[in-house]
Every structure is written in structure tokens, then in C-alpha cells.
Design a protein around this ligand. Sequence first.
Ligand code: SAH
Length: 387
Amino acid sequence: MARITIKHKREKPIINQHPWIFSGAIAGYEGTMQPGDIVSIRAHDGQFLAQGYWNPDSQIEARLLSWDKDPIDEMWWRNMIQRAINARANQTNSAYRLINAENDYLPGLIVDRYGDWLVMQSLTLGIEKRKHMIADILSVLLDIQGIYERSDVDVREKEGLSLHTGIIWGKEPPEEIIIQENGYKIAVDVYNGHKTGFYLDQAGNRALIGQMAQGKRILNLFSYTGGFGVHALANGADYVVNVDASMEVLETAEANLTHNNLPLDRAEHIQADVFAYLREVDDLFDIVILDPPKFAHSKQQLESAARGYKDINLNAFNVVKPGGYLMTYSCSGALSADLFQKIVFGALADSGRQAQIIQHLSAGEDHPVALTFPEGEYLKGLLLRVY
Ligand code: SAH
């Protein structure tokens, strides 16, 4: 097998099982290797460290798969995929993340389950070259009807890959899949929906809103298809206002109320830019949910992202009734939980309000974070009581 030799004193993160090797850590190459091939990673003195797949077109030149010498063959992939499936055996929802890339020690591979259908994202060349094998393994291990590929994600360009969508195995999914989440029905469009169709990472937090909702007036900002609102109304919320920039997702949000036999006259759907909406609204709410899209796509965008988060959090504090709650999130991987909390603190200081942290929030257990891979902890939230 071809080898990559790591620079002296750059082995530590590899030994500690961080999955990425940047080109700057590489001293040299031995043998012939094609982009996407599995290579052996060696220390400067030739000692074996790990195996991973190689892509010379990516700044992350190798992503590590294993730290022993056993061959990475089809059986290896099958065992790792089975391990990820086993870890979701206690899922009660019909939709959840089945494989969480680096965090399931399968770099570059996302697989989400929507009932009888899987949606797969191949984010790297190493996965791209093996995606049909992976789809075949999934079709053998799971009782499913089809696997649809949503590899229409910009990060692929950093790997020299173009964007791609299409059936990869089995039948075409229907235009609308009705999933069951915490007992409620939600319509998902795996062809055009965001990410693989739905924000599965918020499932547990939507259940939490359900627990808090009885008799409350709730403002659901960046609502997408209204998952938080469905949970709130189904649990006796007085009134829900869903706000999103996209009319299309708001139409689905309204349809989702009907799917759950919820009263349409207890909900309002407002198409607006949340930044502008928060400046105009002169109403107070018992609970405000603030779940914006990713503002920071890289470390370079942190400063402008921080301004954005501060702006909406400041204005969100101002529409919470005294004694009410703000549930606020960031899904920017480049922004640490610590920095996010500092930004929210800055917003609070400017608002002149008082707030207490009731809970630190994150994605559910179908989105594990590998302890060796802090970059995997992208979703962080705070549940605050506001006075
Ligand atoms: N809370 C949702 C997920 C939110 S995703 C859930 O539980 O499913 C972020 C949403 O913000 C998307 O639906 C997107 O259309 C919307 N969005 C992005 N920028 C916006 C803006 N400036 N104003 C309003 N909505 C925006």
C-alpha cells in the first residue's frame, strides 16, 4: 500500500485519532496512489500510525478511517456501518441521522433515515469513489425501499467534486414523506428540502418546546416547516407565530398543522426577514425560539456572523415577556459554544434585560460528536429565562 509520511512532531493529533491530516503536516509520499485511494500513514521514522483515504485536491489531504493495520475492505465498511446502525437501535422517531460522518468515524458520509427511505450525502472524494458500495451495504443491512443522494452541498467543491443529486439505490422516494417525530406528523421533501430534507438535529429540542408550551404564546423565528410550532400547538400552546423568509416552507408549516389536526386559527405564518421583523414587531411572547441558518461558514466569517447573532438575540430579548423564555441557537461549526454564549451575553447587556441559563442545548443522540473531533459539535443552544 502507498504511504504518506508525516512531518516530525506532527504525529500527535493522528495518534489521538483526530480524523484530518492537512497538507502542511505531510513530509512525503511513497509508492503509487490515485486520488481517493486508501493509504498508510507513517511517522517520520516509518512507524505505522493509521490508514485513511487521500485527496491531493483537498486541503484536508487525508481523512483517517482506522488506527490498526487490518485491511479497509468491504467487510470493514460493513462493520462500521452496522456499528452506526446499532447505535440508533433505540430511536423511536421514524426519521433520524443514521451516519454522522467523522463523528461515526466515517468521514465525509452522512446518511439520514426517513421511514423506508434513506438520503445520503457524499462530502469527499474518498466517499464518492465508494458510494455505490456503501449504498449496497445499506440496502442489505436495512429494510428500505430506496436511497436518494443529496450531494448538492458546497463543501464538495473543496474536494474537487461537482454537486449531484439522484437515486443511488432502489426506488424513487415520493415527493412528500410523512415522518413521525415525537408522535407528530411532519411532511418532508427529500428532493428540495434543506439539508437532506429536514432539520433532524432539533428533534429533541422540539420535544422540549412541547413540554413548555401549555397556554403559551410562542414566536418561532426561522421556522422552516414549523416543527417547533407543531409540537407547541399539539401540547396546548395558545398561539404560535412562525416566521421564515421562504413562502414555500411556510406553506408546508401550515400543512403540517393540518396533518396533526391542529387548529389553523391558533397559528400565523409570516413571510419576513427575521432581522427586519424583529425591529417592527410590537408584541410580547412567552417563548421565543431563535434558530437561524449557519451565519459563519468558516473562521473568516466569524466577525460578521457574531454581529448577526448579536443583532437578532438583542432584538429577540426585547420581545420576551418578563418571566418568559428565549431558546436561542447557533449551528455554525466555526463558532464555539463558549463564544456563542459570550455573544448572547453581549446582546443581553445591550438589551437591559436579565436572563438565566436554564439549559445548554445540543443536537440529539443520533448526532453524536466524536470526542476526538470538537469540530463535530456544530449545534449549540441556550434555553434562557428572561426578566
Ligand atoms: N427551526 C427549524 C429549522 C430552521 S432552518 C426547524 O426546527 O426545522 C433556518 C430557516 O431560516 C430556513 O427555513 C430559512 O428559510 C430561514 N431563513 C434564512 N434566512 C432568513 C432570514 N433572514 N429571515 C427569515 N428566515 C430566514
